[in-house]
Design a protein around this ligand. Structure first.
Ligand code: TRP
Ligand code: SF4
Length: 329
């Protein structure tokens, strides 16, 4: 039996942080053993909001591939590629755009949300409205069965299925299967200030942070404000350090909880423990990442090789699509 196909993508908008890692990458790494996986850098998607400032695009692309590999994605297992090196994505996007009703795009919740909230940038563009069509092209190109994404992407998956159905119907074809989201329970880490980890809050811990930076960030985390002296009883449920222990110190977390509640461990000692745990996780990834970035042309080769592999599959699909639409000669 041939393996089911999994596809997902990430926009090159800056360094991957632990929220992204536990929300997506960790899961992708597991999937590459059991599925035929395509994971890609969505640089055209980055342009939908960042069209006016592309100076960091190259650096962010190379660095995202380093994040992928340092996290454990393996180009011998999964096809790792760059969207803009696989031009059939653009052609499929164009053809799907011809028959996607405007109303589907206008009522997309992510679109409405961003239009209302993103006031510092002009995103009233054709490209931004068409974001879900481009995403549908990415997914349908490889006839993906499953798409591992976060909750926020569910509307895009739903629209991808509608677009697939409409294409198959209009051109009396059965080219596109309807992809399903793959929602996995992932570990949830707050940011260093206890809010959601997000680049715009400046509360992230990135894979690219140095081990010293990570240690400092742990030291600066907000703990239970009711603990003034070190033997005051604590409330771990309100403490950011404890939220991290739940992810990084699974075998010790119930001891830590008890000692905190009894006031037999001080916050500084508790943070020292977390520093050690996080270093054990982060330092090897960080070092691997640094090593990869020392050989930039090696990274570029990996991007190009993966994109060539993806192009072969994409060319096959786009041929079928052209035939079904009866475009070209
Ligand atoms: N929209 C996704 C995000 O913002 C990125 C993305 C682009 C994607 N194309 C995709 C994800 C295809 C899954 C499948 O995270
Ligand atoms: Fe948080 Fe640990 Fe201090 Fe308890 S002892 S409040 S869990 S840092």
């Amino acid at each position: 039996m041939s393996k089911k196909i999994v596809l997902s993508g990430s926009r090159p908008t800056g360094n991957i942080h632990l929220g992204n890692y536990f929300g997506a990458l960790e899961n992708w790494v597991r999937l590459q053993d059991d599925y035929n996986c395509y994971f890609f850098i969505a640089d055209w998607h980055a342009l939908t909001t960042g069209y006016d400032d592309t100076k960091d695009l190259y650096k962010n692309t190379v660095s995202l591939m380093a994040d992928f590999l340092a996290s454990g994605l393996d180009p011998n297992k999964a096809t790792l590629f760059l969207q803009s090196l696989v031009s059939p994505h653009a052609e499929l996007y164009l053809l799907l755009g011809m028959n996607t009703p405007l109303s589907w795009l206008e009522r997309c919740p992510t679109y409405k949300d961003m239009m209302a909230n993103m006031t510092e940038k002009d995103i009233a563009t054709y490209g931004f409205l068409g974001y879900p069509v481009l995403q549908a092209a990415d997914i349908l190109m490889y006839k993906a069965d499953y798409v591992p994404v976060g909750e926020d992407q569910i509307p895009h998956l739903e629209m991808t299925r509608e677009i697939a159905r409409r294409f198959n119907y209009l051109y009396e074809s059965a080219i596109f299967p309807e992809p399903q989201p793959l929602l996995t329970k992932s570990k949830v880490l707050p940011g260093t200030d206890g809010r959601k980890m997000s680049k715009s809050y400046g509360n992230t811990i990135a894979l690219a942070d140095t081990p010293d930076e990570v240690s400092q960030k742990v030291m600066s985390m907000i703990t239970d404000p009711a603990r003034i002296r070190k033997d005051d009883p604590g409330h771990p449920e309100v403490c950011t350090v404890f939220a991290f222990h739940k992810v990084f110190s699974e075998d010790e977390v119930s001891d830590i909880e008890e000692q905190c509640r009894k006031g037999t461990i001080g916050c500084v000692a508790c943070k020292r423990k977390l520093q050690a745990r996080m270093a054990r996780f982060h330092t090897p990834i960080y070092e691997k990442r640094q090593k990869l970035l020392e050989d930039e042309s090696g990274l570029l080769d990996i991007i190009r090789d993966g994109s060539r592999k993806a192009s072969e599959a994409a060319e096959r699909t786009i041929e079928e699509v052209r035939k079904a639409v009866r475009i070209g000669i």
